[in-house]
Design a protein around this ligand. Structure first.
Ligand SMILES: C[S@@+](CC[C@H](N)C(=O)[O-])C[C@H]1O[C@@H](n2cnc3c(N)ncnc32)[C@H](O)[C@@H]1O
Length: 394
């Protein structure tokens, strides 16, 4: 019993660690500004809620507070979580100061602002005005009896008042977090791990165009500010940073979703592959267990194929819902996929292992698309929206 609870404690600590990394201002700015380019009024007249954000630490709060007037916000709400350690040194208030340069771990609070005026009378409005305003108006922050958990009643009440939720939530609660936003019919722009795409709770939302990827490209992951006690991979201007395979998940429209992916014909793609040597075997193999062709690179999606195609997950980075329809994944957690043509028996999975590795084992052929007896990487199954004309590029 004791070792079980010790294990649970260690697991909880590990999960908490994975949740403690903080988004850089510049990443929030870059992402949000891409929506403004598409529609300058994306946030105008809206109540924005950052519900995993200590207002005195979070760059989400800082960005939206500093740009309150530019974005035309109606109200900005930010709630912090009791358990959060201190990460940076954003907007330290006197009540956080224990003296001797030490800072007290903040208690969960909600901060709400409805206007940002030129408090310091320097001729402009910005984060310094917000800081002054918060210092001079303690009534703008209220303690949260429920500890600031996004699922607590008082946070749910605030969620109901919000139009758009923007944050980087704890990854360990990502499925629950998204489910809550969807259940309340909220618009959102949030950071999550790339792996979440194929979760059985998330992928159907992507397939139904209720959730899509943000603007920042997938490649290279994102750099976050590491918890001051946690591990980090590099330091930039004294800030400890850690790389995480994170991406933006949203249901706010943006320009990249409406950009057509340029496509070559199958014939051109084959010629191209011979020249570059990218693919040495004949392209466009057919899966043995799906009625679809295998397309190993997003660049190799043909313009003149009307059937279903298995493409890398990174395709979602370029997905235009007017050009393509998502029909499923080749993951075992998409068992009802209409394109699946074959389910392997346990014996076939054992035989495949013996054949491939020369020893007994189980090769789970049902967990992905299979080409020439070998599983390929995770794939999204897509189809063109319009009937393609053979030999025509786009
Ligand atoms: C990945 S961090 C990001 C923090 C901040 N949003 C940012 O981007 O800089 C996730 C934050 O959620 C907090 N958190 C963990 N569990 C929570 C919960 N149940 N409700 C609200 N916040 C939670 C963590 O303490 C942590 O500060």
């Amino acid at each position: 019993m004791e070792s079980k609870s010790l294990n649970q404690g260690l697991h909880a600590a590990k999960v908490a660690k994975q949740d403690e990394f903080y988004t850089q201002y510049v990443d929030i700015q870059k992402e949000v500004e891409a929506y403004l380019e598409f529609d300058p009024d994306t946030f105008r007249g809206k109540v924005v809620y950052c519900n995993c954000d200590d207002p005195f630490e979070s760059n989400f709060f800082k960005y939206f507070a500093a740009n309150f007037n530019k974005l035309g916000l109606k109200r900005l709400i930010s709630t912090s979580y009791d358990g959060s350690p201190i990460a940076g040194d954003q907007l330290t208030l006197p009540e956080y100061d224990e003296g001797n340069g030490k800072r007290r771990k903040p208690k969960a609070i909600a901060v709400e602002i409805e206007e940002v005026t030129d408090v310091n009378e320097d001729g402009a409005t910005g984060i310094d005005d917000v800081k002054l305003f918060l210092e001079q108006n303690p009534h703008t922050r209220t303690p949260l009896a429920g500890g600031g958990d996004f699922r607590s009643q008082e946070c749910v009440e605030l969620l109901k008042q919000a139009d758009i939720v923007v944050t980087n939530p704890p990854f360990s609660l990502f499925k629950e977090y998204i489910a809550q936003l969807v259940a309340h019919g909220k618009k959102f722009l949030i950071v999550g791990n790339k792996n979440a795409i194929t979760y059985k709770e998330i992928f159907p939302l992507i397939k139904d165009n209720k959730l899509w990827m943000g603007v920042t490209a997938f490649s290279g992951g994102m750099w976050f500010i590491a918890d001051y006690k946690g591990k980090y991979e590099k330091t930039v201007n004294g800030v400890k940073l850690i790389n995480v395979p994170a991406i933006w998940f949203t249901n706010l429209d943006h320009g990249r979703r409406h950009r057509k992916l340029p496509l070559m014909t199958m014939e051109d793609n084959l010629r191209f592959s011979k020249h570059t040597g990218i693919r040495d075997k004949a392209a466009y193999d057919r899966y043995e267990n799906y009625d679809a062709i295998e397309v190993p690179f997003t660049d190799a999606i043909p313009s003149d194929y009307g059937g279903v195609m298995g493409v890398p997950i990174t395709f979602l980075d370029k997905y235009n819902p007017d050009q393509f329809e998502i029909v499923g994944t080749t993951e075992s957690n998409d068992p009802d996929n209409a394109c699946r043509t074959r389910v392997y028996t346990s014996q076939e999975c054992r035989d495949a292992y013996q054949r491939l590795f020369g020893k007994p084992g189980v090769y789970d052929l049902n967990a992905s698309g299979v080409v020439n007896g070998v599983k390929v990487y995770k794939r999204v199954l897509i189809r063109r929206r319009t009937r393609p004309v053979e030999g025509t590029k786009e």
